[in-house]
Design a protein around this ligand. Structure first.
Ligand SMILES: NC(=O)c1ccc[n+]([C@@H]2O[C@H](COP(=O)([O-])OP(=O)(O)OC[C@H]3O[C@@H](n4cnc5c(N)ncnc54)[C@H](OP(=O)(O)O)[C@@H]3O)[C@@H](O)[C@H]2O)c1
Length: 279
């Protein structure tokens, strides 16, 4: 079992024993969540995932479950899953994302959890039309909520509000909280269903998106995002926000990289004038 040196509260080093820690990953069957589960299992942690329909994972009786349940089946193949991975149902029916976040933090505090890692998004950071093009963005930056709301970007609104709620609620309940802020996340999928950021790539690979806009976006690798989650979980000094960005690319450059990697595809080549595409 891996064992990780870790600073205790009084600054002394102690040995971390992952096999004695149980880590919960909400949305553990998703694109990023699956990689976080994998990374934790590889480090020896016991992992409890949540999914809206975890019957397949809970029963492990393949013949008795329906096709829909198989969405998260890829997790069973992960190294260590048999011994150290369990799944529970979590379908937050509260329609408001903020309320759902508050519920999760409260449930964690009630269950005696001491450290939470919240997955925010670069969308909560960079959407501000009043920032100059040379402005350097860091962990202190926030998107302009009114701008996001007025332009119908509810995803960014939700990410801002849920991050603030998680931070406030964790402080209220005395929970340690660190926030990982990934930019557009790319890379191999462990799950079968196409998540949003992977479908963004697929649209250019398949030609489903016939033209590309003159947009700039920040990208990161899903394996780095997963590692960032585990690192801020493990490091007691980690708190506040951590931006996770690998490269900032014009769309043309991004498509050129895709073309170099996937010669067999006819990558979208037509430039779309006078458009703004935010991702
Ligand atoms: N991918 C990116 O480019 C990117 C970038 C920045 C931030 N993020 C953030 O990273 C997180 C994961 O993104 P992802 O790309 O990995 O998405 P994903 O593949 O679509 O996974 C989302 C996960 O959330 C769970 N979920 C969705 N609705 C739920 C509900 N009502 N109740 C309970 N669970 C629910 C799903 O679980 P089941 O369907 O199995 O129940 C799924 O496992 C999100 O918070 C996203 O905002 C993603």
């Amino acid at each position: 079992m891996p064992s990780i040196a870790n600073a205790s509260d009084n600054g002394e080093l102690k040995q971390r024993q992952p096999e004695q820690e149980l880590v919960c990953v909400t949305g553990g069957g998703g694109f990023i969540g699956s990689w976080v589960v994998k990374e934790l299992l590889l480090r020896g942690y016991r992992v409890r995932g949540t999914a809206r329909d975890p019957a397949y994972l809970m029963a492990r009786a393949f013949a008795l479950v329906c096709e829909a349940d198989r969405k998260n089946a890829h997790l069973l193949a992960l190294e260590g899953a048999e011994e150290r991975l369990t799944f529970f149902r979590a379908d937050d029916l509260v329609p408001v994302a903020v309320e759902a976040t508050r519920n999760v933090i409260r449930a964690a505090a009630d269950a005696g959890v001491h450290r939470v890692v919240f997955t925010s998004s670069y969308g909560a950071v960079h959407m501000d039309p009043n920032r100059g093009p040379d402005a350097v963005l860091d962990e202190t930056c926030w998107s302009d909520y009114e701008y996001c709301k007025n332009t119908g970007n509810l995803y960014c609104c939700a990410k801002m509000m849920t991050e603030i709620t998680a931070t406030e609620e964790a402080a209220k309940r005395g929970l340690e909280l660190a926030v990982v802020v990934p930019s557009m996340t790319m890379g191999p999928m462990l799950q079968q269903a196409l998540n949003f950021s992977s479908s963004h790539v697929a649209r250019y690979l398949t030609g489903a998106k016939p033209t590309y806009p003159n947009a700039i976006a920040a990208y990161t690798d899903v394996r780095d995002v997963a590692r960032a989650h585990v690192l801020v979980y493990e490091h007691p000094d980690a708190h506040g926000r951590y931006l996770c960005i690998g490269a900032v690319l014009y769309r043309a450059h991004f498509l050129q990289l895709l073309g170099d990697l996937f010669l067999q595809y006819h990558i979208t080549a037509k430039y779309e004038r006078n458009t703004i595409d935010l991702i």
